[in-house]
Design a protein around this ligand. Sequence first.
Ligand SMILES: Nc1ncnc2c1ncn2[C@@H]1O[C@H](COP(=O)(O)OP(=O)(O)OP(=O)(O)O)[C@@H](O)[C@H]1O
Ligand SMILES: [Mg+2]
Length: 165
Amino acid sequence: MSSRERSTITFQWHSLSEMERVATICAVLWCAPAVVLLEGDLGVGKTALVQAVLKLWGVRGRVKSPTFDLVHIYELTSTTVYHADLYRIRQAEELETLDLPEPLSHQVLLVEWGEWVRDWYPERWDAHLTRDPDGTRVLALRAHGRVPVQRMAEWGETAHANHWD
Ligand SMILES: Nc1ncnc2c1ncn2[C@@H]1O[C@H](COP(=O)(O)OP(=O)(O)OP(=O)(O)O)[C@@H](O)[C@H]1O
Ligand SMILES: [Mg+2]
C-alpha cells in the first residue's frame, strides 16, 4: 500500500472505500498540532480525503467543501480543525482577510490549494494528490520540519514492525 523514502510516503487507492484505510493513517499523522497543504488537480479527491479524516476525528454529518466560504471550522473535544480551500484566492492580499491560525498545540489546519500559504508554515505536511489514467489516486505525503519528520519516522517504524508497508 505504501513505500517509504526519507520524509516522503506514497499511498495508492482505487476507490473511496480503499481511501478509508489511507485516511486512518493520515488521521494519526495529522493529529494536532499540524498543518497539511493538500495539492492536486480539480476533483482529484482532496476534499474526499479530508472528509474521511474528519469523520475519523469524530465530526458528525456531512463535511462540505469550503470552496465558497474559504474556511470551515470544526470544534472537536480537544482540537479545533480549520478546513480551508484557497482555490478562489487570486492574489496574496486576499489572504490577509483569512483568519488562518498559527498552528497551536490543539489546532489542525487542512488547506486545499495551499500553495499560497506554504511559506507561512515551515512545519507542515505537503499532501500531493494525482490521478492516474485508470482512476488510481496516488498520494505523496511529505513531512517538513521537526515534528512532522519525527512523526513520519515513528510511523515508519510501527508500520515496518507490523508489516503494513
Ligand atoms: N478515490 C476515489 N475514487 C472515486 N471517486 C473519488 C475518489 N476520490 C474522490 N472521488 C470523487 O471525486 C469527486 C471530486 O472529489 P473531491 O471534491 O474530493 O475533489 P477535490 O480535489 O477536493 O476537488 P476541488 O479541487 O474542486 O476542491 C467527488 O465526487 C468524490 O467523491
Ligand atoms: Mg475540494
